[in-house]
Design a protein around this ligand. Structure first.
Ligand code: PLP
Length: 419
């Protein structure tokens, strides 16, 4: 048994070394995974704090354990900041993740066998929106809407017709691979017409919503769930919001004791720090830049003859349709990873390939915008990717691409010191 005060690099050199190697990987690769970001040192400090030691089942001032006075202050701060950031009347900051937030909402609003309607996974939806491999697809009846084949965007008339036909109890909007703006008001009208609850899952676009770059679902949806670690740039976690305080109380119960045990108060403290960061004017500058960068990336990729789903983007996501160059997502993912660019293969709407192969490559601009990259850098990234995908047999191009990636990483350092 090591002394309680021994630092990690002395007490466990194996784990310490792997962490250092992961830091080096993050610094030396171009991170284009659309769901990732780089949390601030302050966020990580809160998350690595002594709060990890504390049990605090319940809510501030209503706990099942003693010694919660400081925990209460922290969680109350997180709740107040979340409400302010999203202009909501009620917030629960305890969900361990986006999936947990959705599960709590389902427990609260639905009975097993009720019908839910979300976007098809292969069109950009999320596993928790009724996929057969997820509890949402196992315990509820599901129907899925798709994007329009020509525009590759949501056709609200078709979704309305489908809702009238299928009569879901819950409609879910908000996605994992949809590059366009969501019309929450139009979803509200449909939900009202079929007497369904409306959930917006803004896991991806939360940072854009918080800063007004994407319209807010709060005025239109019964409940809003999100992660805190994607464009919101906080610790890995979930959040539930709504505009009705009384309605919110049932979600409190669904989180605890409904679906979770003790809250992760160290993560909640980190959420509080991230929410305060997101309330600063610089964060709006940041989210504006995210969208500018994604647009620059989409434009340049298309100018090189590679198609992009829906022909562009309104947010941080650019989804390449590789059918335009007769390549699969699996191959493209492998090729860019060989030059230290990280992204993920992804289905495109009406994809002829399986989810393990796919015809798409999903790129996101949030993480590299945190590193300070601007439009011209994203044009360079588009050119690197195009060079790699269009000249798969040329070793010189690959070697040069590695140097170009290295140059972008070196000129945009990530964390100033190691941890
Ligand atoms: C990422 C994501 C989630 C799940 O978040 P986890 O924290 O990974 O559980 C849920 N919904 C959508 C739309 C997402 O993109």
């Amino acid at each position: 048994m090591k002394a309680i005060n021994t630092p990690l690099n002395e007490s466990d050199q194996k784990v310490s070394l792997f962490i250092q190697e992961e830091l080096k990987r993050q610094e030396t690769h171009l991170e284009l995974i659309a769901s990732e970001n780089f949390a601030s040192r302050a966020v990580m400090e809160a998350q690595g704090s002594v709060l990890t030691n504390k049990y605090a089942e319940g809510l501030p001032k209503k706990r099942y354990y003693g010694g919660c006075e400081h925990i209460d202050a922290i969680e109350t701060l997180a709740i107040e900041r979340a409400k302010k950031l999203f202009n909501a009347s009620w917030a629960n900051v305890q969900p361990h993740s986006g999936a947990q937030a959705n599960f709590a909402v389902f427990l609260s609003l639905l009975k097993p066998g009720d019908k839910i309607m979300g976007m098809d996974l292969s069109h950009g939806g999320h596993l928790t929106h009724g996929s057969p491999v997820n509890v949402s697809g196992k315990w509820f009846e599901t129907c899925h809407y798709e994007v329009d084949k020509d525009t590759e965007t949501l056709d609200m008339n078709k979704i309305r017709e489908q809702a009238l036909r299928t009569r879901p109890k819950l409609i879910i909007c908000g996605y994992s691979a949809y590059p366009r703006t969501i019309d929450f008001q139009a979803f509200r009208a449909i939900a009202d017409e079929v007497n369904a609850f409306l959930l917006a899952d803004i896991a991806h676009i939360a940072g854009l919503v918080a800063t007004g770059i994407h319209p807010s679902p709060i005025p239109y949806c019964d409940v809003v769930t999100t992660t805190t670690h994607k464009t919101l740039r906080g610790p890995r976690g979930g959040l539930i919001l709504c505009r009705d305080e009384d309605f919110g109380k049932q979600f409190d119960k669904a989180v605890f004791p409904g679906t979770q045990g003790g809250p992760l108060e160290h993560v909640i403290a980190a959420k509080a720090v991230a929410f305060e960061e997101a309330l600063q004017p610089q964060f709006t500058t940041y989210t504006n830049q995210i969208v500018k960068n994604a647009k620059a990336l989409a434009k340049q990729i298309q100018s090189r003859g590679i198609s992009v789903v829906s022909k562009g983007t309104d947010n941080h996501i650019v989804l390449l349709d590789l059918r335009s160059i007769n390549m699969t997502g699996k191959v493209a993912d492998q090729l860019i990873s060989e030059v230290n660019i990280t992204a993920n293969k992804n289905t495109v709407p009406f994809d002829p390939e399986s989810p393990f192969v796919t015809s798409g490559l999903r790129l996101g601009s949030a993480a590299l915008t945190t590193r300070g990259l601007i439009e011209s850098d994203f044009e360079e990234i588009a050119n690197i990717i195009a060079d790699i995908l269009l000249h798969t047999d040329k070793i010189e191009i690959k070697d040069k691409a590695k140097l170009r990636v290295k140059n972008l990483c070196n000129t945009h350092p990530l964390y100033r010191e190691s941890f």
